[in-house]
Design a binder for this molecule. Sequence first.
Ligand code: NAD
Ligand code: UD1
Length: 340
Amino acid sequence: MKILITGGAGYIGSHTLVEVIKAGHQAVVVDSLVNGHTEAVERVSKLTGSDIHLAVGDIRDKSFLESIFTEFAPEAVIHFAGLKAVGESVENPMAYYDVNVNGSRVLLEVMQSQNCHRIVFSSSATVYGEPQYLPYDENHPVAPINPYGRTKLMVEQMLGDWSAADPERSAISLRYFNPVGAHPSGLIGEDPRGRPNNLMPFIAQVAVGTSSELQIFGGDYDTRDGTGERDYLHVVDLAKAHVLSLNALADQEGHDVINIGTGHGVTVKEMVKAFEIACAHSINTRTVARRAGDLPCFFANSERAQARLGWAAKLSLTDMCRDTWTWQSQNPSGYKAREY
Ligand code: NAD
Ligand code: UD1
């Protein structure tokens, strides 16, 4: 199949690009490079031995998108492009409504006019908000607690309406839990601009010496060891869920939402310990106050992913830490040229 991947020069998009091509599909990437890297797409070309076209442009630019659709005629879209920093979404919500919601609207309009009927969308476990029970299943009420989460929910709702309007259309929103790790080759991985917000890239930077210590946000939660607990999953497992979703769209009507997680929680301290084993030295940590807006603990019920997609996470915490370390130690400055 011909697949258009928005945001394919980013972290999850580049890993999915590998799996899409390995599965025998053709792919074109659309990315504004606001947080993506040309080098990521070039390295995927090298990894897969296939020449991948990266069209640099913004999903909000309708005529740009139309020109790509006319030239490539994709049969399906995997839609990663968007902004994803929770704190930034509180400070500048309009940028999030514009890129995430309006950008998705423009994309769906172009798909509609170009008769492209299938889409897989990057949603997030953040749509659930405060847990009423755990693990979260897809029937858990949705009540996101920040603008970023609300934009994800709005796009899910838009996909529901878009796909209901024509029986040929189908859409899957994958609600990711906490993707971490990197491709085992060490060629592609997560390269956040500036100070990382998320735990794993921060641990990796401390391990490689770019940052001096990890601040553990809160040591007094009601969890096994007092630190926050999350459902981390390997980005390669997540990438494979997208390929399986493309297959599932073929005989699906309307919109479906599916959790993508392992079903198991890991605490911050457990993650640090696993990373210390992977990098074979200790990680400096300091416990500080809780981060505003953090939940103590959440993890997925991922039975629906198994039933609908035949998907289950296969890679372990050891794999996640080993592959992150391979990427970070081989690319201490990310995709930029080595600085030391
Ligand atoms: P990322 O920032 O690495 O990738 C997003 C890509 O989209 C980037 O390459 C960026 O340049 C591109 N982009 C942004 N705005 C654009 C625009 N207007 N037009 C074209 N391209 C644009 O992020 P990621 O971690 O790979 O996340 C991918 C998707 O998954 C996002 O939608 C994110 O919200 C969602 N998600 C991520 C996580 C996570 O933990 N990383 C969790 C849940 C959901
Ligand atoms: C964050 C986002 C969430 C998003 C998810 C995956 C917030 C409030 N939520 O959630 O919307 O879906 O990322 O992208 O930002 N931690 C530390 N020190 C650090 C960083 C994190 O102790 O330097 C802790 C956190 O308190 C948390 C755990 O590590 O307990 C995981 O944090 P993080 O990777 O940011 O993910 P989430 O909190 O799940």
